[in-house]
Design a protein around this ligand. Sequence first.
Ligand code: UGA
Length: 356
Amino acid sequence: MARDVSVPQRVALVGGSGFVGSNLALALAQSSDFDPFVLDTTDEKLALRFASEAPCAFRRCDVLQDTDVLEEAVQEADIVVNLVSHVLPKTFLDNPLGVIDVTLHGSMNVINAAVRNKTRLIHFSTSEVYGKTGGSEAPFSEDHSDCTLGPIDNHRWIYSTSKQLLDRIIHAHGLAGDLDYAIVRPFNFVGPLMDWLGDDADDVPRVFASFLNALLQERPMQLVDGGKSRRCFTYIEDATSALVHIMREPERARNQIFNIGNPANETTIAELAELMRGIYRQETGAGAQVTIEPVASEEFYGAGYEDCDRRMPDIGKIQSLGWTPQTGLQETFERSIRYCIDNAAALGAASVKAPV
Ligand code: UGA
């Protein structure tokens, strides 16, 4: 039976009160086509993102325990988005079993509920699935690139392995004909609410928050193994717009994997440190004396770390749905830094030293 297009589609965002989920919920709430509701263990980021809007519907749910709450939401929804994950590389190193619990077992509960209820699934995979050989493989292609990981001792790859297994399980359900899905692979999204700031929140956050914390607290910005690795940073509004394109194209997106990233925004991490320090100076007048210093990965992350030297997406598939990224590297970091400075206290940056 054809769907009544005058009725907004109900979208359940599971694990949807994190950085990506809260920004996606806002983008969906601002579109007349969708009616989002969020399941998560806390609504802190969601509340911050919807501060000046009508609040987004929220249900408290731990996907490992509250399986009845999850089942009911997936039954009600037209689309279920699975965002359940640990996302910080430092967590992969410090708590590999926790990564398996949440990322693998938590996501399996979501996938199985989608299969049982015949609900369309949009599943968040990761660019980490491609592994480490970006220098020779670039750009990474969803349907052609190999997934190349280091030895088991380098347990940084536990997250990538969990996500790869989930991608393969979802793909196998597609082959069995019992799941309508799209898998998305984010390439370093940046923007409002990415990781908490401050001394102890998020322990060691991802590079954007890590560098911004250093600038706010006037301590050295640390370049892991000299900052030679390359990433393509993608502004979150471009990313959520890509997701809306996928949601609006159920037939063309059906059982496909999509990279979402901005290849034009490639930078080394050393260049990023200079860029962020320059923007911070321009925004606050402070930060000039903050130094940029190399640190060994073993010292920064502990044993078991291994990096992807280059992470460049092939975005031909998502572009064929009519999407293209709009936000350049400078603007991506200007907007992200400005948001953090304007909302420093709410983000946990209690020890802001810079005059704003
Ligand atoms: C991370 C996670 O693996 C994924 O959860 C996620 O999919 C991905 O980010 C993403 O945002 O898309 P990664 O890019 O390695 O992957 O994460 P970051 O912690 O942001 O590190 C980026 C690079 O900066 C790495 O080379 C890292 O060693 C370096 N880094 C990080 C520094 O040089 N200094 C820091 O203070 C922090």
